[in-house]
Design a protein around this ligand. Structure first.
Ligand SMILES: Cc1cc2ncn([C@H]3O[C@H](COP(=O)(O)O)[C@@H](O)[C@H]3O)c2cc1C
Ligand SMILES: O=C(O)c1cccnc1
Length: 352
């Protein structure tokens, strides 16, 4: 039976403006010239509003990493072979992948959810396997997903967030893995933003300029094949996305519905965040953005989401590594907000 999509319409709670006003007032009483801790101050105020509290906290943090293969890999759009997806799932579970090392280093939990691999799923300790097929369809020739697969993928994302929030998680991070998923993400972003393939497609794992041109042609073919009227974000996600991208869209929407802050990583997950915001604009309030991806099309997605990511470190790995790198900044923001002395408490003279 196809799961119902009714839950997608459940409302997202608003930010607590009273908590925002109190947090702003406290920031101005702390022993520093107002605004001198810049975006750390903004982060604390934002988290206070999201968490409806005077003392926001980000811990526990959990990374939800969704992995899946993509049929469009057959078009030669990645520098790496498709087998890498499965090999990297093992590497993440074994603690050797970038996200595994970084999540551990910053004290974030890591849930690995596999939604379908080209050579079949396998039992790997520490990996939750929920295969929807051997990967999504080749978007240059067919839709990425059937309606049933889309609904299941959205539900898998929702359920991962529900498990995390029920366990007390205060900050949700989405991560992805899937060879060729920068092609799917670019195609989805083009459709959602009404942009041409050449404006959004980039090198991904490291294509040369001839490779980027070929990839843009593949995306242009996919866009021509799947042009949909009316412009429905769910249908764009089904036709042009992928299992892990749809799960991420479901996860982001659910985090907003549950009133939990999320930290958005790089290029691929941003296409899912954009889809979630197109489904429910109020979901945007619950999103923080970790870093600017070196993948050129990321900039257009950030502009559309009115996002100004915290870091710009030349990252282009995905997996949630950029978001892990930003976690200590969020912790610092909360520590400063909670623990700095006020002018009164410290006996320091405020401005004349
Ligand atoms: C070893 C390795 C580890 C990765 N970890 C994330 N990605 C990233 O690169 C892939 C997308 O790029 P493209 O569309 O060019 O294939 C995804 O797996 C993404 O998570 C990786 C890629 C590789 C090769
Ligand atoms: O920014 C990302 O998420 C990204 C960019 C290139 C390849 N994989 C991931």
């Amino acid at each position: 039976m196809t799961p119902t999509l009714d839950w997608l319409a459940e409302p997202c709670p608003p930010i607590d403006q009273t908590a925002v006003q109190h947090a702003l007032a406290r920031q101005d009483q702390l022993t520093k010239p107002p605004g001198s801790l810049g975006r750390l101050e903004e982060l604390a105020v934002r988290l206070a509003g999201l968490q409806r509290t005077a003392t926001p906290e980000v811990d526990p943090v959990r990374v939800l990493l969704f992995a899946a293969d993509h049929g469009v890999a057959a078009e030669g759009v990645s520098r790496y072979p498709q087998d890498v997806t499965k090999q990297m799932v093992r590497n993440i579970a074994n603690g050797g992948a970038g996200v595994a090392v970084m999540a551990k280093a910053v004290g974030a939990g890591l849930d690995i959810i596999e939604l379908g691999l080209a050579t079949g799923s396998e039992v790997v300790e520490g990996v939750r396997s929920e295969p929807l097929g051997p990967g999504s369809g080749n978007i240059a020739r067919e839709p990425a997903m059937t309606p049933e697969q889309l609904a299941r993928a959205l539900d898998i994302g929702r359920d991962a967030v529900d498990r995390a929030v029920d366990a007390g998680v205060r900050l949700i991070i989405g991560g992805e893995l899937g060879i060729a998923n920068t092609t799917a993400a670019a195609a989805l972003a083009c459709a959602l933003l009404d942009r041409a393939a050449s404006e959004v497609v980039g090198p991904g794992t490291g294509l040369d300029s001839a490779g980027v041109n070929r990839k843009a042609e593949v995306v242009a073919r996919a866009l021509a094949l799947h042009a949909s009227e009316p412009r429905d974000p769910l249908e764009m996600l089904r036709r042009l996305g992928g299992f892990e991208i749809a799960a991420l869209a479901g996860a982001y929407l659910r985090a907003a519905q549950r009133g939990v802050a999320m930290l958005i990583d790089g290029f691929i997950v941003s296409s899912a965040a954009l889809a979630a915001v197109r489904l429910q604009p109020a979901a945007r309030d619950w999103m923080l953005f970790s870093h600017r991806s070196a993948e050129p099309g990321h900039r257009l997605m950030m502009e559309a989401l009115e996002a100004d990511p915290l870091l710009d470190l030349g990252f282009r790995l995905g997996e949630a590594t950029g978001a892990c790198a930003a976690v200590p900044l969020l912790r610092l923001a909360c520590a400063v907000h909670r623990d700095m002395a006020t002018f009164d408490e410290a006996g320091v003279s405020n401005a004349c």
